[in-house]
Design a protein around this ligand. Structure first.
Ligand code: NDP
Length: 477
């Protein structure tokens, strides 16, 4: 039987009984069927969410913040108890190596723990106005929120949105990517089991062009939090403009790791490959451009290539696997096409790019060297295991090349000089930057992009602002 969708916290079939197949990336075979929501299901979820919110007078919105926090703590506990189930489902449904998938379940639980604690620490203000009286600023839940999630980190990104949205008292309508709906549905059940009132919880798998579009265009959707492609984000901004929805967008990237000659080259070369090839390169923060100062270019490239060639590519359920399959044949073909584009542009393929024999959507990580930043492989988001290595001369040129991108999501800086680290960090136009490491996202800190990489920030305490309205009330003396 097909996995059912969730409206009002309850599993049910799509209103027209439609279903769609979910494919396992490691085998290329159908894993299961899932209910395919349509416009009638979107309407049912919005009706239920609106009734539940009741203009801010609904039970969850009025539940005191400490009690909401307790429920979110329970969500985290249940996630940790069910690590095996969630990790295995993510490994099979999204192709994540099982070790990574286990880490993601822990990070998802950590996100809920953080917002469990944040729920009763998101204060209003008292403003010293000149009129005689008391001026207070209240933070109120915004209303039904549409949370639209991509396929690359289905569980984790859903939790980055769900946890603050629920901490603030909003009903949630989660729209998972069609390629990876399974952990979102498990999560919907778990929220209800943890104590989130049923009428706050809706999970609608189904096509973005139908379900996503209907959610975005509907004036009953108070806020949209979207993660996905830049072009989809732009269309969401347009589609939601008429009803002035609150919108936050986490979009694509073409992030640079900048390696200066004074860096610990061995450490940078050992760490950076997985910063682009992790999750088979399907990571918005992937360091898909590696900029290397010319005096250490050959040394770095040799070490980087050796580390890349040693990456274990294979079955995501094997604990020794470091890189699993890509999500689909189409996504793999996109990477193969870009490798041809790079060759035609004059770049040099140093290693990788081979399709693995057998079933599944596997591709060996590819290192492309001697890339010029004007080439398409350096400018366009490939979203696959392909890295462009680009030489540079001196600090100014490094900054110019790193910033010469339509995107500005993430990045890293490797140097032995603290003063250079400060100068360059302040000059890079990117929302997240790591110095002498490549890890980008910490749920305690804001995350999001400059330029075409997004609008607004997720995570950290700032997300609590993003899921609330500000009300100013003046009490006359
Ligand atoms: P898409 O933009 O294609 O899809 C993202 C989600 O939006 C999916 O749930 C999709 O549904 C839905 N969607 C598609 N069309 C519409 C529409 N017209 N209206 C509303 N929703 C719609 O991105 P991908 O899933 O391909 O994800 C990869 C992209 O996400 C990459 O570009 C990557 O850089 C970016 N990304 C950004 C991150 C960030 O934080 N900045 C983090 C992770 C990824 P369906 O699956 O049914 O098509």
């Amino acid at each position: 039987m097909a996995e059912q969708l969730i409206i009002g916290g309850v599993r049910r079939e799509a209103s027209d009984g439609a279903t769609f197949d979910v494919t396992e990336p490691a085998t290329g075979q159908v894993l299961t069927q899932v209910a395919k929501a349509g416009p009638a299901d979107v309407d049912a979820a919005l009706v239920a969410a609106h009734a539940a919110f009741a203009d801010g007078r609904g039970t969850w919105a009025r539940t005191n913040a400490t009690a909401r926090g307790r429920v979110l703590h329970r969500v985290a506990e249940l996630l940790r108890e069910r690590e095996d189930l969630f990790a295995t489902t993510e490994a099979r449904g999204a192709g994540h190596p099982i070790g990574d998938a286990r880490w993601e379940v822990g990070a998802a639980a950590g996100t809920f723990e953080y917002y469990a604690g944040a729920a009763n620490k998101h204060f209003g203000q008292v403003v010293p106005v000149q009129d005689a009286g008391l001026d207070v600023v209240l933070r109120e839940p915004v209303g039904p929120v549409a949370l639209i999630v991509p396929w690359n980190f289905p569980l984790l990104i859903a939790c980055w949105k769900l946890a603050p949205a629920l901490a603030c008292g909003n009903p949630v309508i989660l729209k998972p990517a069609s390629l990876t709906p399974l952990t979102a549905l498990l999560l919907g059940d778990l929220l209800v089991e943890a104590g989130v009132p049923e009428d706050q919880v809706h999970v609608l798998p189904g096509p973005g062009g139908i379900v996503g579009d209907a959610l975005v265009a509907d004036p009953r959707t108070a806020k949209i939090s979207f993660t996905g492609e830049t072009t989809t984000g732009a269309s969401i901004l347009k589609a939601s403009a008429d009803h002035i929805a609150r919108v936050s967008l986490e979009l694509g990237g073409k992030s640079a790791a900048v390696v200066f000659a004074d860096a610990d080259i061995a450490a940078a070369a050992a760490d950076t490959p997985m910063a682009v090839f992790g999750n088979a390169g399907q990571d918005c923060c992937a360091r898909s451009r590696v900029l290397v100062e010319r005096p250490v270019y050959d040394e770095f490239l040799a070490a980087f290539t050796a580390t890349t060639e040693a990456i274990a590519v294979g079955d995501p359920l094997d604990t020794s696997t470091e890189m699993g399959p890509m999500i689909s044949a189409g996504q793999r073909q996109t990477s193969l096409d870009y490798l041809e584009v790079g060759a035609a542009e004059g770049a040099r393929l140093v290693c990788g790019g081979e399709v693995l024999d057998g079933p599944g959507f596997f591709l060996r990580p590819a290192v492309v060297a001697d890339v010029d930043n004007s080439m398409r492989i350096a400018r366009e988001e490939i979203f696959g295991p392909v890295v462009s290595v680009i030489p540079f001369d001196g600090e100014d040129e490094a900054i110019t090349i790193a910033n010469d991108s339509p995107y500005g999501l993430s990045g890293s800086l490797w140097t032995g000089s603290a003063t250079r680290a400060i100068r360059v960090a302040r000059s890079l136009r990117t929302g997240t930057l790591s110095v002498n490491t490549n890890r980008s996202v910490r749920f305690e800190a804001p995350f999001g992009g400059y330029k075409r990489s997004g609008l607004g920030r997720e995570l950290g305490m700032g997300a609590m602002d993003a899921y609330t309205e500000v009300k100013n009330v003046f009490f006359s003396e």
